[in-house]
Design a protein around this ligand. Structure first.
Ligand SMILES: Cc1ncc(COP(=O)(O)O)c(C=O)c1O
Length: 443
């Protein structure tokens, strides 16, 4: 019921508006015309509430990866933190570097830095703000930034990275001479494909091509925080590369079920951020409430009690992949290009698995499969342009620490049932229909 009404709202949200707005204010009409471009692509974001929030579906979509939020664990830890500080302040103040610094935030920053084995941590209001701060404050004139345009780890893999770096060294004298830097921006876990950054390999290539040591890495651990590494400390800690990575960003909006972020680096990095980053300098300091929630999340990680949830994610991802891989109809549908799970190809070669499992489909099918699964009670979202490139549509299965084997078996079975339906439609075995039943129901 909740899924049906959510889907109906979503469909309504995709209907073009500007053609009916001839007599409206120019300001509104122009905005609606711009929004109609999104609607025409079925890419208009609508503020839906997922069915799992009203207990009418299974959560396979939220970023509450360890289920600290939905199980109330973060709330309990946060409330404990509040009772420890009954006189906390909510006063509106100033930017942090003027009059708004306070002991509590400094203390939590020290704890976060220690947890991740970093020299310093700087807390910012969000990961988005943190990334803005990093790239505003740290590159100096003449530095080169290498980043992954497609937000996909493979473009930075081995050969491609070697080539890019060699080209920069050949063409930029000051980098060749070691007086300017190459800053390499990567993500520990890539959010669309669930790829894990081959950080060790990239750093080794950088050392080989630039032996003067002027290649520095900036790693966004947003999707790895709480999930990867010892006690969820992230991939840099997992690889023991704390001393080799210049800057790390950890966000609390995903695995830690709250908000805010911390930028890790040495004292020089911190000083540059607090002086040059506009998003740090020109904003009110983070509030006590946000810091208390961040601390609550870190306390849960530090306790080591969430490692079981980390292990469960590995187990459940394997279980899902094995289930669809063993299904003959799913195999046939994959061969026909209807639906496939890239992880089926290389799961055994991966050192560890993460919670993001893309289910790729033929272009327009991602919605049909999402409708099918949602109507079956599995909350999973289709990801389409503009979040991914055109032609790259997929469903993003997010496996959580508190999902169960039954839930995984259920979504694997439902996926295979849909694959059967689509194989029948495409091969003509079902001549009665050209579109999936779920799509008929929703449209
Ligand atoms: C890789 C990555 N970095 C940073 C962010 C932004 O973090 P926040 O939600 O705290 O602004 C996101 C958010 O979705 C993300 O996926």
């Amino acid at each position: 019921m909740a899924a049906q009404s959510m889907l109906t709202n979503w469909i309504r949200g995709q209907k073009l508006k500007a053609p009916q707005m001839k007599n409206a204010r120019v300001f509104d009409r122009n905005l609606e015309e711009a929004l109609d471009v999104r609607r025409a692509d079925h890419a208009m974001f609508t503020p839906n509430i997922s069915a799992w929030k009203s207990m009418e579906g299974v959560d396979f979509c939220s970023n509450d990866i360890l289920h600290l939020g939905s199980t109330g664990q973060i709330r309990a830890a946060f409330e404990e933190e509040l009772t420890r500080h009954p006189n906390y302040n909510l006063y509106s103040g100033d930017v942090r570097m003027l009059d708004r610094n306070y002991e509590y935030i400094q203390q939590v920053e020290c704890e976060i830095a220690e947890f991740h084995g970093a020299e310093t941590a700087l807390i910012v209001n969000s990961g988005f703000e943190g990334n803005g701060a990093i790239f505003c404050a740290l590159p100096r004139p003449g530095d080169a930034i290498v980043y992954d345009e497609l937000v996909h780890a493979s473009t930075l893999d081995g050969m491609a990275f070697r080539e890019v770096l060699s080209e920069i060294v050949d063409s930029e004298r000051m980098i060749r001479e070691g007086t300017r830097c190459v800053l390499v921006a990567v993500e520990s876990v890539y959010s669309m494909d669930g790829d894990v950054c081959p950080l060790r390999e990239l750093v080794d290539v950088a050392k080989e091509i630039c032996p003067k040591g002027n290649v520095e890495f900036i790693i966004d651990e947003a999707h790895g925080t709480g999930v990867v590494g010892p006690k969820g400390a992230g991939s840099v800690n997992a690889l023991g590369m704390e001393k080799e990575i210049a800057v790390r960003l950890h966000t609390c909006g995903k695995g830690l079920a709250s908000t805010g972020a911390a930028i890790l680096g040495n004292a020089t990095v911190r000083a540059a951020l607090t002086n040059f980053a506009r998003s740090v300098v020109y904003t009110t300091a983070p509030t006590f409430l946000m810091i208390a929630a961040m601390r609550a999340g870190y306390n849960l990680l530090r306790s080591g009690k969430k490692e079981k949830a980390q292990d469960n994610i590995q187990h459940l991802v394997k279980r899902f992949v094995n289930a669809v891989r063993a299904n003959q109809i799913f195999q046939k549908a994959s061969e026909m290009g209807i639906v496939w799970v890239p992880l089926c190809e290389d799961m055994e070669e991966r050192d560890f698995l993460v919670h993001i499992v893309p289910i790729r489909t033929r272009q327009r099918y991602s919605y049909w499969l999402a409708f099918h699964l949602q109507l079956d009670g599995y909350c999973i979202l289709p990801i389409d342009y503009p979040v991914v490139l055109k032609g790259q549509s997929r469903l993003r299965l997010i496996v959580h620490g508190a999902n169960t084997e039954e839930q995984i078996d259920g979504i694997a079975k439902a996926t295979c049932e849909w694959a059967r339906e689509m194989v029948d439609i495409e091969t003509g075995a079902d001549a009665s229909s050209k579109i999936a039943k779920s799509a008929q129901q929703v449209y």
